[in-house]
Design a protein around this ligand. Structure first.
Ligand code: C2O
Ligand code: CU
Ligand code: CU
Length: 441
């Protein structure tokens, strides 16, 4: 059992300035929740903010009633009943709600975040995101770097005003229809300050040994092309949904919004005194200062986990097209983002996959979209008819579609019937209606 309260707070993110945030337990990122496979976790959630919220466990294999459907609102604890009408096709709870997570899934780096319909972008931007780490015995037996050498890194970008407050592109439809703001907001909210675990461009002292970094891009819209400088391999051991079959060495990884990369960096490759920069293209994300030598009993086994390959063909194939389109916004038509030509409607079911059957989903786009599917992980079969990318291995829950790309994935919805989502994880695209509902039957 875990108590979690969303509330307003002030954070000192930029030195000497106060940033008002919406934080789980009043902090950003929210507290890291740790769970063991097979041990059910109940989240006693309390909403002390002035607005409705919805908690979603991203990557969780979760029964529909606890998955955080965007209109299953937890209203403000104090006087929030005026918002009840926003629960179109959903449920409301007054102030508190229990979310039940069976945690019947392999060890993985998950995260939880707000999922309120139409407001996920601004509410996550103000701070509503945290890690949820699942461990299991198989992983523990591998002797990967652990303890203070196993570090989750939540990368986000934010923009600030002169007083230190977060600035977010206007949601006002009249402003949005002005050319410059319109174009920027259509691409998604970005900022010029990179935060890692809520701190701008931090430096982490490390020993000259192997570290495991669980990299999460929790940005609303920005991708990171990560490399180390001076160069060293990023040895990928895990993906969105847990360990790979075998480690893969990369010189660079591109991390799209909501993706996770579990990597090992061996700082023994550097002399003591080196500052190692984690770069995004030409800019800095953070630094590691190699301060001393130490003994290292960790290993990177050649076999990490059993990854059952899903069939590459199936009786049911579904096409999902992600592109720009017209949506209804506050009573008039506006530019937005749609799937298969339709904007999100919480009362419409767009597909009805059957429990336990493998399906092939063909995800296509004319622009760039990180596509996320709830409930079950998938395997990437092909990109534009060719093989998957080196970073596509393992079980995924989010895949980045490049412009004019068709990605085929194999997926099987197990265990829980009910209503779930697929959507673009550019959070502004999601809020501008690039979301669809499937009902597992
Ligand atoms: Cu990370 Cu539907 O969300
Ligand atoms: Cu999710
Ligand atoms: Cu998108």
């Amino acid at each position: 059992h875990y108590e979690l309260t969303a509330r307003e707070a002030n954070a000192e993110i930029l030195p000497g300035l106060r940033t008002p945030i919406m934080g789980y337990d009043g902090i950003f990122p929210g507290p890291t929740i740790k769970a063991r496979r097979g041990r059910r976790t109940v989240l006693h959630y309390r909403n002390q903010l002035g607005v409705p919220t919805v908690v979603h466990l991203h990557g969780g294999h979760t029964p529909a009633e606890s998955d955080g459907f965007p209109t299953d609102l937890v209203l403000p604890a104090a006087g929030g009943s005026g918002y009840a009408s926003q629960a179109v096709g959903g449920t409301t709870s007054a102030g508190t709600r229990d979310y039940t997570y069976p945690v019947d899934q392999q060890a993985a780096t998950l995260w939880y975040h707000d999922h309120r319909m139409g407001f996920t972008g601004p509410q996550v931007w103000r701070g509503l995101a945290g890690f949820f780490l699942i461990t299991d015995d198989e992983e523990a037996a591998l002797h990967l770097p652990s303890g203070d050498r196993d570090i989750p890194l939540m990368i986000t970008d934010r923009a600030f005003d002169a007083d230190g407050a977060f600035t977010y592109p206007a949601m006002d439809p009249h402003l949005i229809s002005m050319p410059g703001i319109d174009a920027a907001h259509m691409r998604g909210a970005t900022g010029d300050v990179i935060l890692v675990n809520g701190a701008p461009w931090p430096e982490l002292p490390v020993a000259a040994v192997r570290y495991r970094f669980r990299i999460l891009n929790a940005s609303n819209a920005r991708r990171y092309d990560l490399t180390l400088d001076p160069p060293a391999p990023l040895i990928q051991i895990g993906s969105d949904q847990g360990l790979l079959a075998a480690p893969i060495s990369h010189t660079a990884i591109t991390v799209a919004p909501a993706e996770r990369f579990d990597v090992i960096v061996d700082f023994a490759a550097y002399p003591v005194g080196t500052k190692v920069v984690l770069r995004d293209g030409s800019g800095q994300v953070m630094r590691f200062a190699v301060t001393h030598k130490a003994t290292d009993n960790s290993t990177i086994p050649a076999r990490l986990a059993a990854v059952e390959p899903l069939p590459k063909s199936a009786a049911t194939t579904r096409d999902w097209m992600f592109r720009q389109g017209k949506v209804q916004s506050m009573g008039h038509e506006a530019d937005g983002w749609v799937i298969n030509g339709r904007e999100f409607d919480p009362q419409r079911i767009d597909a009805t996959p059957k429990l336990g059957e493998v399906e092939i989903w063909r995800l296509a786009s004319d622009t760039q979209h990180p596509v996320h599917i709830h409930l079950s992980p998938f395997q990437i079969i092909s990109r534009n008819g060719g093989p998957p990318a080196p970073t596509d291995q393992g079980w995924k829950d989010t895949v980045d579609l490049s412009p004019h790309e068709l990605v085929e994935v194999a997926i099987r919805f197990d265990d829980y019937a009910g209503r779930y989502l697929l959507h673009c994880h550019n959070l502004e695209h999601e809020d501008m209606a690039m979301m669809a509902t499937f009902q597992v039957t």
